[in-house]
Design a protein around this ligand. Structure first.
Ligand code: GLA
Length: 383
């Protein structure tokens, strides 16, 4: 996909509306290094914002209308009356995320002002790199700016999540929105999703993040995401807890015989993944590649065997990368699952070897076409 910039999107606004915008904002997508399906269980995640964004150029209007134009969908235009209630569109269209954000901001007391908005992104949609969260964060920033209302990054993240939970119909956690809002250059963030506190974990200077899109498109709402969340809540309820975060691994293991097998495996993934995420943060901050490689491999196996969210093409891709890495590349599926991307973290001089192995073997073994994405840990929308 062609890379965009604020200047380019500002130009596109002018081409479309015939006047210059007053400002352009951007919000990044993310790659999660480890800590999958732990966020909605009050656990730990270790994502980084990446150098691919949703941009919005905007200008105020005199009326109470929002006119949203989407570059990535052939300039599809949605006009929304700020004083009318928002309705979902039948298709899982980009505009539902926008309508959801408008509804949530109004519900939270923002007055909102009319505006023309030109939206354009260079994130692959359906790749599991959070193009939707980046749209939400860019939109919250643009709308707050249009109505001159202050907003803090965590509040923005919660608005984005509420839009998905209440409007779009995806029961997602808070990770994607938080990292898109709070991301830092050259660092991943270790986020505790119970209290939303975050600590920057720098990526060693001579390491690189390589993302490989498997070519298998994913759909969160249609996938089994909401079902996984329910299963986790059921497992927690078995122990009289509201969140799996309050359950110890020893307590879980001791109850294996009493718990149904599926709940047991789902909970085991979440509890062990929390431990691996803390361990990975430590490994990243101390440059301990051996430990990072180990916990990322264990994380992938746990997603495959206990949480059942990988697909065969993704498992093949992980194997190809891990083999090529020869113990020098941490590799796992990243994101919600059922397709999407694999992430590798490795010293810069190992990365060409990984890329070559994907080019040589992946399509031949799976019939799917891979896309290599070299990513840099980047600043969030509110940085
Ligand atoms: C999606 C959701 C996140 C998180 C991940 C899995 O990206 O939006 O909240 O649950 O899946 O880790």
């Amino acid at each position: 996909m062609k890379t965009l910039s604020s200047a380019r999107v500002s130009e596109l606004f002018e081409l479309h509306f015939g006047v210059a915008p007053v400002a352009t904002v951007k919000a990044p997508g993310r790659v999660n290094l480890i800590g999958e399906h732990t966020d909605y269980n009050g656990g730990f995640v270790l994502p980084a914002a990446i150098n691919y964004h949703t941009y919005i150029a905007f200008a105020p209007r005199d009326d109470r209308q929002l006119r949203l134009v989407a570059y990535n969908f052939d300039n599809e235009t949605v006009v929304s009356d700020l004083d009318a209630s928002q309705h979902q569109e039948a298709s899982a269209s980009w505009s539902n995320y926008a309508r959801g954000v408008v509804q949530e901001m109004r519900r939270q007391g923002f007055t909102l002002a009319g505006g023309d908005l030109y939206i354009a992104g260079d994130l692959h949609s359906g790749a599991g790199l959070s193009s939707s969260a980046s749209l939400e964060m860019a939109l919250v920033r643009a709308l707050a700016s249009l109505s001159n209302e202050p907003i803090d990054p965590t509040q923005a993240a919660l608005i984005g999540q509420a839009a998905e939970n209440h409007f779009v119909g995806c029961n997602c956690g808070i990770m994607d929105q938080l990292i898109s809002a709070h991301g830092q250059e050259h660092a991943a963030l270790l986020i505790d999703c119970r209290d939303l506190s975050a600590r920057a974990v720098p990526v060693p200077e001579d390491w690189e993040i390589l993302i490989v899109h498997s070519g298998v498109k994913r759909g969160l709402v249609d996938s089994e995401y909401n079902q996984r969340r329910q299963q986790c809540e059921q497992a927690a309820a078995f122990f009289g807890k509201t969140s799996l975060r309050d359950l110890g691994l020893i307590q879980l293991l001791a109850a294996e015989a009493e718990l149904d097998e599926l709940s047991f495996r789902r909970a085991r993934h979440v509890l062990t993944e929390n431990q691996r995420t803390l361990c990975a943060a430590e490994a990243l901050s101390t440059g301990n590649l051996v430990n990072l490689v180990k916990v990322m491999a264990e994380s992938h196996a746990s997603m495959r065997d206990d949480f059942n969210i990988t697909v065969p093409a993704i498992d093949t891709l992980v194997n190809i990368l891990a083999d090529a890495g020869q113990g020098q590349a941490g590799v796992r599926m990243t994101g919600g699952g059922f397709g999407g991307c694999v992430v590798a973290v490795a010293p810069v001089d190992v990365v060409p070897r990984l890329a070559a192995a994907v080019e040589e073997h992946y399509q031949a073994q799976t019939g799917c076409i891979p896309t290599l994405i070299r990513a840099k840990a980047s600043a969030g929308a509110f940085a």
